[in-house]
Design a protein around this ligand. Structure first.
Ligand SMILES: Cc1cc2nc3c(=O)[nH]c(=O)nc-3n(C[C@H](O)[C@H](O)[C@H](O)COP(=O)(O)O)c2cc1C
Length: 327
């Protein structure tokens, strides 16, 4: 069993490529792991449990063949309306991915079974009360989704969120929401998180399953072009302004909340996300369509140089104050 407390030590950079509906699949997971960060995908990206079965085998086999030991993750919707929840979980138990990330519902029903096969469970939460419930369910880590995140978003400032959670939780914290540079990864650690959770930064990649127009719209956008609304799925999510316009919406006058229903990955939910493109406030971090490995190399350089700068600053500020100079 991997230990949540030493997860970051297994990585070249403390980063997880976050699960993204209609975006992340086997190629993204394998190449993220090859680059030394955690790769992940949501089970509903495989259109049926049978395809999920194939994807999980493929990922395990490709990682084994390439002798890659970086942990990887599967994301499961635990909302009661997600019709495939039970079937997908059976596939998880069959293939034993090292990490299971629960979203949009309680992790309680699956923690014990994942622990029994040697996996760990991380719960995606958007506020301290959900975090406390997940902690009570004995999860191994909390994924704090804060404001600005792509797809279903949080609403709390990451500064507030991490600090409050650290008052009662000493375990693993993964922090997401607008993180798109190595500097921001370092900042997440400085705040008290262990691993940064990056979704939007990996949309414009060759490994991404979406169409080129979507990737290009992310590259061409900045935070002004990201609109938060619960009109599409019933849950507050961040969407690209131009895709809302293309889909017949007025981004400045979005309708009221839709009904929450994650019943079918292949049905209405799929169609909504196919036509209206999700992305977070950090879109401007991407300036071209790249490979995962190129992005991880850039993030690593940015992380190292900002760490060096900080240490330099600290060295200078550690000099005793010369009061004579001030007089
Ligand atoms: C296009 C897109 C699809 C997403 N789909 C899922 C999903 O299926 N399951 C999930 O738990 N989170 C999903 N998310 C949220 C991400 O896992 C993560 O919380 C978010 O991307 C982090 O913020 P960032 O986009 O600012 O990096 C999605 C995000 C995006 C951008």
């Amino acid at each position: 069993m991997i230990l949540a407390s030493s997860l970051a030590e297994k990585l070249t950079l403390p980063v997880m490529q976050a699960p993204m509906f209609l975006i992340s699949g086997p190629d993204m997971v394998v190449n993220a792991c090859r680059a030394g960060i955690i790769g992940s995908f949501p089970t509903q990206n495989a259109r049926t449990p049978e395809i999920l079965d194939q994807w999980l085998s493929e990922i395990s086999n490709r990682l084994a063949q390439q002798q890659i030991s970086t942990p990887w993750a599967v994301n499961l919707i635990t909302h009661p309306t997600y019709a495939r929840g039970k079937d997908d979980f059976e596939m998880i138990l069959k293939h034993k991915p090292p990490i299971v990330i629960t979203a949009l519902g309680s992790p309680a029903a699956l923690v014990e079974e994942v622990h029994n096969y040697g996996g760990i469970v991380l719960a995606d939460v958007i506020n301290p009360s959900y975090a406390k419930k997940a902690a009570a369910a004995k999860v191994d880590g909390l994924v704090l989704v804060s404001t600005g995140a792509g797809g279903h978003t949080g609403y709390l400032s990451p500064f507030v969120f991490v600090q409050e959670i650290r008052k009662f939780w000493q375990g693993l914290i993964v922090l997401g929401g607008g993180i798109g540079s190595g500097k921001a990864v370092l900042a997440a650690q400085a705040m008290g998180a262990d691993i940064a959770y990056l979704g939007t930064r990996f949309i414009p990649t060759h490994e991404s399953l979406c169409q080129t127009e979507y990737k290009q719209m992310v590259v061409d956008s900045c935070s002004d072009d990201v609109v938060v609304s619960d009109a599409i799925t019933g849950v507050k999510a961040n969407w690209l302004r131009q895709s809302l316009i293309n889909g017949g919406y007025n981004p400045d006058k979005m309708p009221s909340a839709a009904n929450i229903n994650f019943a079918s990955a292949a049905g209405a939910e799929n169609k909504r996300w196919k036509d209206i493109w999700a992305a977070g406030q950090g879109v401007a971090s991407s300036t071209e369509i790249q490979t995962i490995s190129e992005i991880v190399a850039t993030l690593s350089e940015e992380y190292q140089s900002s760490l060096t700068n900080l240490l330099d600053k600290q060295k200078h500020s550690a000099q005793p104050l010369n009061t004579e100079e001030l007089q």
